[in-house]
Design a protein around this ligand. Structure first.
Ligand code: SF4
Ligand code: SF4
Length: 193
């Protein structure tokens, strides 16, 4: 079962620290973005988070990819750019053609199309320019659970403890303990009759 980050709307204070940590974690090593936000702004470059903080009248809470089993985004991708990678659903950015099919398919609005060469490997950008003559490469990005960083940066940074990584094993254990609790309740009800 895939892992995912779950957010508790009751705890989130809307500080956006998770978005900043996410953008920083996914910026190329050595770029201004990987150092600090002011560096990215000074360089006039996109500081791209893969989390979207949603504010409504009732809640403030980050929304991001749930790494669905049989993921709808992967199922509709015409070039197999969305793949299963260990316990997460990942995007192979150099394969993406920016057709936006995955954006339509995702029930969470968790995928964004970005026009930022820095999110791709340099070679992919060079090949794209040679092939199309266009300067800007559009690709989709979404949460990859910080696959290359060990653990999600958003979870580590959140000052309110509003984010939690749920792994498949924990989900299975939680279901087993809920079933046990339910069976116990049913047993108590049965003994009263
Ligand atoms: S860092 Fe935590 S408290 Fe701040 S916006 Fe993100 S989830 Fe909410
Ligand atoms: S991008 Fe959307 S559809 Fe794809 S795995 Fe994430 S939540 Fe599911």
């Amino acid at each position: 079962m895939n892992a995912f980050v779950v957010a508790d709307a009751g705890l989130c204070i809307g500080c956006q620290a998770c978005m900043i940590a996410c953008a920083k974690a996914h910026s190329p090593a050595g770029s201004p973005e990987s150092g600090q936000t002011t560096g990215a702004m000074a360089a006039g470059r996109v500081f791209q988070s893969r989390i979207t903080l949603v504010r409504t009248a009732e809640v403030t809470v980050p929304v991001q990819c749930r790494h669905c089993e049989n993921s709808p985004c992967a199922n509709v991708c015409p070039v197999d750019a969305i793949v299963q990678k260990d316990a997460c659903i990942d995007i192979v950015e150099k394969s993406c053609v920016g057709c936006k099919s995955c954006m339509l398919a995702c029930p969470y609005g968790a995928i964004q199309v970005v026009a930022d060469d820095t999110v791709c490997g340099k070679q992919a950008v060079v090949e794209f320019r040679e092939k199309t003559g266009q300067d800007t490469l559009h690709v989709v990005v979404k949460c990859d659970l910080c696959f290359d960083h060990g653990s999600p940066a958003c979870v580590k940074i959140c000052p309110a403890g509003a984010l939690r990584l749920v792994e498949g094993r924990q989900l299975s254990e939680s279901i087993v303990s809920k079933r046990r609790a339910a069976a116990g309740r049913m047993g108590r009800i049965g003994s009263q009759h």
